[in-house]
Ligand binder design. Structure first.
Ligand code: HEC
Ligand code: HEC
Length: 319
């Protein structure tokens, strides 16, 4: 009797799961993050260790985590981070969370991959002001660390392994949120108001640019796509991708930022000039869409954006 009951329960459970899977939303402009990340745990752990290591900077003042603070959404809350040279960086520090899903790295999309980006980070005065050989030599003097590299890579500590470990670690910084559960069809994962915000986000056209797995990060677009944005400088950082390509068509063009964890990463825009999410949304309506929206629509969209904050930010900690 009991076993029959158990069997029919099992059958029920099977169909329930089937029904839930069938309800996963399809044809949405935003795709859910993977539930599990792949990667070698030993390399990831080594990368995590390097991420907080101040020996990357000449004067031992800065680690990656100085500017990319995991508990602050992967940024440092400043408009522009200050590097070891005491000068502000050129661009607002983007989050490291989910950054491996971006088609290019940095605001101007200067680098196709993380390894290329890291070469730049090490040498840049505003970040570390050093070079790989010096950094590798300094790290190798730490016998325990050198031994760890030997364990993991079966070889002496080399810049290529440092890059690889950091790359693996960055790939592990994935932050699924309530919104991903909503996309997978979980009832009640987001509130009715948040869902209305998402519908506005789509119907007004935000999702034309902020889309895909990172809710952005897969397109270049002009800042001021529909209406010229006042106050942009005709030189320097504001020129965006033009800095790299020198093509007029790329003036004021940026990689569309991903909006995952955006509620945690103020201030906003490439120069950190926009203090609140409400202001950012307002400016997007005006200059990227050339539209006006009611206060209520903007508020609903902001509520939706909050659903993109990861359930847990620091790997290994409870949500
Ligand atoms: C002094 C502050 C600072 C430090 C230290 C720093 N970064 Fe950054 N990081 C930045 C800034 C600023 C940018 C954006 C640069 C740009 O857009 O040109 C950036 C961009 C990135 C990006 C690209 C993200 C994206 O979405 O495009 C990644 C990945 C990254 N950093 C990882 C690291 C790692 C790993 C380290 C340590 C080896 C590190 N950073 C150290 C400030 C810093
Ligand atoms: C035509 C493309 C486009 C459209 C449409 C668009 N955006 Fe953006 N969005 C961008 C670009 C490009 C940036 C980067 C601005 C900068 O670099 O200064 C951005 C930045 C943002 C930011 C700041 C992110 C950060 O980390 O600094 C938010 C928030 C945002 N958009 C939300 C929205 C919302 C909400 C809508 C709809 C009302 C929208 N966007 C419509 C292209 C677009």
């Amino acid at each position: 009797m009991l076993s029959t009951l158990r069997r029919s329960f099992a059958a029920l459970a099977c169909c329930w799961a089937g029904a839930a899977a069938a309800q996963a939303l399809v044809n949405e402009p935003i795709r859910p993050l993977p539930v599990k990340t792949v990667g070698d745990p030993a390399r990831i752990a080594l990368g995590a260790r390097l991420f907080t290591d101040p020996r990357f900077s000449r004067d031992n003042t800065h680690s990656c985590a100085s500017c990319h603070q995991l508990r602050r959404g992967g940024t440092d809350g400043k408009a522009l981070s200050i590097g070891p040279d005491g000068k502000p960086a050129r661009f607002n520090t983007p989050t490291v969370y989910n950054s491996s899903f971006n088609f290019r790295q940095t605001w101007t999309g200067a680098y196709t991959g993380v390894e290329q980006l890291l070469d730049h980070v090490i040498a840049k005065p505003a970040v570390f002001a050093d070079n790989w050989d010096v950094v590798a030599a300094r790290l190798t003097r730490d016998e325990r660390l050198a031994a760890q590299f030997k364990d993991v890579y079966g070889d002496a500590l080399r810049p290529a392994y440092v890059r690889d470990a950091l790359d693996q670690y960055l790939r592990s910084l994935v932050t699924p949120s309530r919104f991903d559960r909503y996309l997978r069809g979980e009832a009640g994962a987001i509130t009715a108001e948040e869902e209305r915000g998402y519908l506005r986000f789509k119907s007004f056209g935000c999702a034309a640019c902020h889309q895909g797995i990172n809710v952005g990060g897969n397109l270049f677009q002009k800042l001021g796509a529909m209406r010229e944005m006042p106050g942009l400088e005709a030189s320097g950082a504001d020129l965006g991708r033009y800095q790299i390509t020198k093509r007029n068509i790329d003036r004021y063009v940026f990689r569309v930022p991903g909006l995952r964890n955006v509620a945690l990463t103020a201030p906003y825009f490439h120069d950190g000039s926009v203090e609140t999410l409400e202001q950012a949304v307002e400016l997007m309506f005006r200059y990227q869409l050339g539209r006006t929206a009611s206060q209520q629509d903007k508020e609903l969209i902001v509520r939706f954006l909050h659903t993109l904050s990861g359930d847990k930010l620091v790997p290994g900690t409870p949500p």
